[in-house]
Design a protein around this ligand. Structure first.
Ligand code: NAP
Length: 276
């Protein structure tokens, strides 16, 4: 079932591009990018940044209304060559539609950003239900690997392609009460390394590990002054991160500036403890 929004198929009338209005450098001119879970938060910021830097971008998430709104916002911001497809990354048919519709509309695929994750369980790791473990590992880890597998035929056709996986600082230092989620994010570091080795040299695979970034996902932290102040004590830079700060790292990893970097993880945390 194709559920690309009507906005996707409507010709873009706005002439002024995001790149011309916000200092984009057109480094992704001619490139096509898919970003999952990109109608809000970090994924949206990544889509906006890639668009600003000249890529054609397909945004996606589970809810059609969110996809429509995101496409609309990106176009209002001057983005051209942006489309949207409804895609729950846990559904094979949705993933296939996302990739097929991207290639049909934009002619290929060069950049894949796997950003979707779920966290249905809060509490001690040993108290988490099996069904929650299944959902976390399924969506966060297995579906990331499957999406890469399904995108490969398209990425291989282009050569010089790039994949970025969005993990979390919790993958290095488990967040308290988020053991299974953090464990799934640790697995993504391993997945990044495995894929990078297998897919080199034509496709580079890298990862980002955001710290606490101000999005809906982390609103329980930043909407509560006491909790936010406590969290900030562990952040040498003394503030939470912005989604755009993750987007910059992703744009770098997908660019020619990172042409000899694969299998690596960039931590974007304001200095929070992660690894040596
Ligand atoms: P967010 O602001 O809550 O945005 C979540 C986005 O994901 C929405 O567009 C949502 O749209 C979509 N989504 C949710 N479940 C989905 C699914 N199963 N399939 C497809 N799309 C889905 O979250 P965020 O903070 O940007 O998080 C993005 C990524 O960053 C996640 O992988 C998260 O683990 C990671 N991360 C975040 C932080 C942080 O502090 N914010 C820190 C470390 C890592 P719909 O509701 O329409 O699906």
């Amino acid at each position: 079932m194709l559920r690309s929004t009507s906005l996707v198929l409507r010709p873009v009338l706005r002439k002024m591009s995001v790149s011309s209005t916000r200092g984009g450098d057109a480094k992704f001119e001619g490139k096509v990018a898919v970003v999952t879970a990109s109608t809000d938060g970090i994924g949206y910021a990544i889509a906006e940044r890639l668009l600003r830097d000249g890529a054609k971008v397909m945004v996606s998430s589970r809810k059609e209304r969110n996809v429509e709104r995101a496409v609309e916002r990106l176009r209002e911001g001057g983005g051209r060559d942006v489309g949207g497809v409804v895609c729950h990354v846990g559904k094979e048919e949705d993933r296939r539609t996302l990739l097929q519709e991207t290639v049909r509309r934009f002619g290929g695929l060069d950049i894949l950003v796997s950003n979707a994750a779920v966290n249905p369980a809060v509490g001690d790791t040993t108290t988490v239900e099996e069904s929650a473990w299944d959902k976390i590992l399924d969506v966060n880890v297995k579906c990331t690997a499957l999406l890469v597998k399904e995108a490969l035929p398209y990425l291989r056709k282009r050569g010089n392609a790039s994949i970025v996986i969005v993990s979390s600082i919790g993958g290095f230092m488990p967040f308290s009460a988020l053991g299974p989620y953090s464990t799934s994010k640790t697995a993504l570091f391993g997945l990044t390394k495995a894929l990078a080795t297998e897919l080199a040299p034509a496709i580079r695979v890298n990862c980002i590990a955001p710290g606490i970034i101000k999005t809906k996902f982390s609103s329980a932290i930043w909407q509560n002054d006491v909790i936010a102040a406590e969290a900030i004590k562990n952040i040498p830079m003394g503030r939470l991160g912005e989604a755009e700060e993750c987007a910059g790292a992703v744009a770098f990893l997908c660019s020619e500036d990172a042409s000899y970097i694969t299998g690596e993880t960039i931590v974007i945390s304001g200095g929070m403890p992660s690894r040596l």
